[in-house]
Design a protein. Structure first.
Length: 289
């Protein structure tokens, strides 16, 4: 075989080996990113039921907090009461002229337009006038709780039926626990929402790394799979491989044509050589001398 043919054959073998290696590498990278994308989707699907369960639990806790408030009786049946501060201080239209005195424990009931009453807790007077007084809760009233109080007619008692005060203390403890639990659940929900947002962002990035998207960097110096996505890079690689195969086929055809020309020229040269005059025997040459 001619030296040029050997060179071309060696190049063809090298190109075929390189194409096989790059194809295997592309398939391996595609499988890796596909597995990562499926893992991100599974994490998203696992987090979604947890968030829905937490939201349902929060609604349940809110309902339990509302149901923990009970209805009570009266001592001063109808008293004009104004909520004056977020810490639970209220101004009542009862003063020293109606028996208000220092350290007198009073229980307040907010009267609703529907004719029912809502127990707002126990209060102690902090400022007493002749026809008015300012009372503050003797328990921890949260701004959220005070925000539910409405100014208007309240009912006030200095005593409650036996067992009611203990029941209220238990309910108050339950409310505080529920509020702490609710706050804890809200914080947990926010954390889950942040995790969900991060999972969505990572999922979107992984999808972009596969099929392309605005999340990828627009830098011409980067490889195509980092700019346009792995799928586009694989398509381009396959197109390059196809073009390489076409060029290899063209080179093979040229090699075959050149080899055929060489063989034809060898045959022609042999025929021409055979047509040349042949030298005579040695004996004839020596006689001529």
């Amino acid at each position: 075989m001619h030296t040029l043919g050997k060179v071309f054959a060696f190049l063809v073998v090298l190109a075929a080996i390189a194409a096989s290696i790059f194809t295997a590498k592309l398939v391996q990278v595609r499988n890796s990113w596909t597995a990562k994308s499926l893992a991100s989707k599974n994490k998203f699907n696992e987090a979604k039921p947890k968030i829905e369960a937490l939201e349902a639990q929060i609604d349940s806790l809110k309902n339990e907090t509302f149901r923990s408030r009970d209805l009570w009786g009266a001592f001063w049946p109808v008293v004009a009461t104004n909520v004056i501060s977020p810490d639970g201080a209220v101004q009542v239209g009862v003063g020293s002229d109606l028996g208000m005195r220092d350290k007198l424990l009073l229980h307040g009931f907010e009267l609703t337009p529907e004719g029912t009453s809502i127990y707002r807790g126990s209060f102690l007077p902090v400022e007493i006038q002749n026809a008015a007084a300012v009372l503050k809760p003797d328990w921890r009233a949260t701004p959220a709780e005070v925000a539910t109080w409405k100014s208007g007619n309240w009912r006030w008692r200095n005593l409650v039926p036996p067992g009611y005060e203990e029941n209220f203390d238990k309910q108050l403890t339950t409310i505080l626990k529920l509020e702490e639990t609710l706050n804890d659940r809200v914080r947990t929900l926010k954390g889950e929402e942040n995790l969900l947002a991060e999972a969505k962002a990572k999922l979107k990035l992984r999808e972009a790394e596969l099929i392309g998207g605005e999340e990828l960097a627009d830098n011409e110096k980067l490889e195509p799979e980092f700019r346009e996505g792995l799928v586009a890079a694989m398509i381009q690689a396959e197109e390059d491989r196809n073009q390489t195969l076409v060029k290899i086929d063209e080179l093979r055809r040229k090699v075959r044509s050149v080899k055929a020309d060489i063989d034809r020229m060898l045959i022609e040269n042999t025929e021409l050589t055979n047509r040349l005059p042949q030298p005579g025997p040695k004996s004839e040459l020596s006689q001529k001398k």
